[in-house]
Ligand binder design. Structure first.
Ligand code: IPD
Ligand code: CA
Ligand code: CA
Ligand code: CA
Length: 268
């Protein structure tokens, strides 16, 4: 097995372990609580499922690669510019999970010196594993996927998300959505799991997706899966994506400029 294949196996195994924990909590019941950091909103939720999934993922990756660094949403605090960096969302779509909506994921990416090398996004409720290795294409359960070929917004379904913000950011997002509708798009979707939104662009379901604030663990894996499927990802202003909190615009490539005109015009 070459090095990238080994890294991907570590990612998918860890994602499976996290996913198993999420499904167990979903079956047995779990108490959701608001995050405890200062200024946290009552609807910014976390649970033992998020924490236990992250612990299991960290344990597996650490056993395989003891010197690597881990950055994850709950308790993994490596610097984003570390070499040999794993970026982890142990439960993406916590709000869906809290309400029994079977659309949540585990997102794991490995970056070396800021460059994505392997990625896995797992939807345990559907047993769907999206994967990519840099330069090797993107896959869903082992079958190659690619972005849609629709070149017009009026032929496309567009995904979006709102950060945990009910103020300016939400207003701008809603204004952008109105502008998309003015282009006669087929529809807007807000499914609530950014990592899977990106995979839905990668597999041709959405022509594009935007959100005005995401964290690295939300997009690190999806970004590689998308570009390996032939898509394009930038900030919502068209800049290169940094590994930090940022706006995100993802598309099949063909729609990027048209989407950018809208997301730029309403950027918070
Ligand atoms: C959230 C989801 C959601 C997006 C939020 C994210 P979490 O992640 O990806 O779709 O709109 O911006 O924070 O908190 O469920 O892991
Ligand atoms: Ca997330
Ligand atoms: Ca999360
Ligand atoms: Ca969260």
């Amino acid at each position: 097995m070459n090095q990238s294949t080994e890294l991907l196996l570590a990612a998918t195994t860890a994602a499976q372990r996290g996913g198993d924990i999420l499904m167990r909590y979903l079956r047995d019941g779990v108490e959701m609580r608001a995050k405890s950091h200062e200024g946290a909103k009552t609807y910014d939720l976390v649970s033992d499922a998020d924490i236990e999934s992250e612990n299991a993922i960290a344990k597996h990756l650490h056993s395989k690669y003891p010197t690597h660094h881990l950055l994850g949403e709950e308790n993994l605090h490596a610097e984003a510019d570390s070499d040999n960096l794993w970026i982890i969302d142990p439960l993406d779509g916590t709000n869906n999970f809290a309400h029994g909506v079977l659309h949540f994921g585990v997102s794991i990416a490995y970056y070396c010196k800021g460059t994505p090398i392997v990625a896995a996004v797992f939807n345990p409720a559907r047993d769907e594993m999206y994967t990519a290795i840099a330069g090797g294409g993107a896959f869903l359960n082992g079958r190659a996927i690619e972005v849609s070929r629709d070149g017009k917004l009026s032929q496309s379904l567009i995904g979006c998300g709102f950060y945990y913000d009910r103020g300016e950011m939400m207003k701008k997002t809603l204004a952008a959505i109105e502008s998309f509708f003015a282009e006669d798009i087929h529809g807007i979707r807000r499914f609530g799991t950014a990592s899977l939104d990106l995979c839905q662009v990668a597999s041709g379901q959405f022509g594009g997706f935007f959100e005005y604030q995401l964290s690295p663990w939300d997009f690190a894996a999806g970004a590689l899966i998308l570009t390996e499927a032939g898509g394009k990802i930038t900030t919502a202003r068209g800049d290169e994506l940094p590994i930090e909190k940022t706006s995100v615009l993802a598309s099949n490539g063909l729609l990027h400029d048209a989407m950018l005109t809208i997301t730029k015009a309403h950027h918070p």
